[in-house]
Each structure stands twice: as C-alpha cells, then as structure tokens.
Design a protein around this ligand. Structure first.
Ligand code: AMP
Ligand code: ZN
Length: 137
C-alpha cells in the first residue's frame, strides 16, 4: 500500500467514521471539523487533487457530496452548507488525496469564511483574465 492517509482510510487500514460508501467513493466524518457534522468525500482510487481526477470521478464525488449535504440539512437541522475542495498548499490542502469537504452551517453557530472581496480597479481587468481562462479551456 502507498503512504497516502486517505488511501489507507479507503482500504480500511486506518479507521474512519463512515457515513456513505459505494464502489467508487467513501464519505466519513472529518476528525478536525470546522463545524460539528463536517464530512469528507473521497474517491477510493488515488487522485492527488481535483485537477488530476477524471470527469467521471469528479462528477460522482459532487453527486455524493450533495447527498451528504442534503442529509446534514434534514438530519442535523443545518440551515445551509459549504462544499469545497482545497487544491495545493497555497489553498490549504494538507492531505494529498482528493477530497470534498461537506460542511453543515447552523444558524447562530456558523463557520465564518474570511471571504474578503478585492474588487477590480476596472472591469476590463476581469475581461482580460476571462480571455486568458477561456483560451486554456
Ligand atoms: P485539507 O486541508 O483540505 O487537505 O483537508 C484535510 C482534512 O482531513 C482536514 O479537515 C483534517 O481534519 C482531515 N483529516 C486528517 N486526518 C484525518 C483522519 N484520520 N480522519 C478524518 N479526517 C482527517
Ligand atoms: Zn490516496
């Protein structure tokens, strides 16, 4: 077995508190939740991050993340949720196996993201960046 923490969890070599499993993916409780109920969804196959994954795996993980989020809403009384993946150390990725965080948000006990807007000086700057992104699609 490789030395990847989440591969070991997927293989059952390291224990986890599972909430969902199928042939392609596993969802389990995050050991360091930013909000109680925080879960992770991972592919069983190793992909370092979202960029490396196939479209099929990425799509399946999002479908399962949505199911978990809806279940958190119904069963835990969450008023909303965040579904995110962190890619690269610069984005806060600490485990090098693709995972989506599914984080329930409760009225009065929400995790506040440091979502600091940095507006463009001129909208032409956004248009220039959009052109660069489009050319790479
Ligand atoms: P990230 O920083 O986006 O790579 O997220 C990694 C997440 O994995 C963190 O939220 C950790 O709390 C979580 N984590 C690390 N080790 C374990 C583990 N053994 N079981 C469950 N969650 C874990
Ligand atoms: Zn892995």
């Amino acid at each position: 077995m490789n030395d990847c923490l989440f591969c070991k969890i997927a293989a059952g070599a390291i224990p986890s508190t599972k909430v969902y499993e199928d042939d392609k993916c596993l969802a389990f409780m995050d050991i360091g939740p930013v909000v109680q109920g925080h879960a992770l969804v991972i592919p069983k196959e190793h992909f370092a991050n979202l960029s490396e994954a196939t479209d099929e795996v990425a799509a399946h993980l999002i479908c399962i993340a949505r199911k978990i989020a809806v279940a958190q809403t119904k069963a835990l009384g969450a008023a909303g949720f965040n579904v995110i993946t962190n890619q690269g150390a610069v984005a806060g990725q600490t485990v090098g196996h693709l995972h989506f965080h599914v984080i329930p948000q409760f009225e009065g006990n929400a995790h506040k993201w440091n979502w600091e807007a940095r507006p463009y000086g001129d909208l032409s700057e956004a248009a220039a960046l959009a052109e660069k992104i489009k050319s790479a699609l």
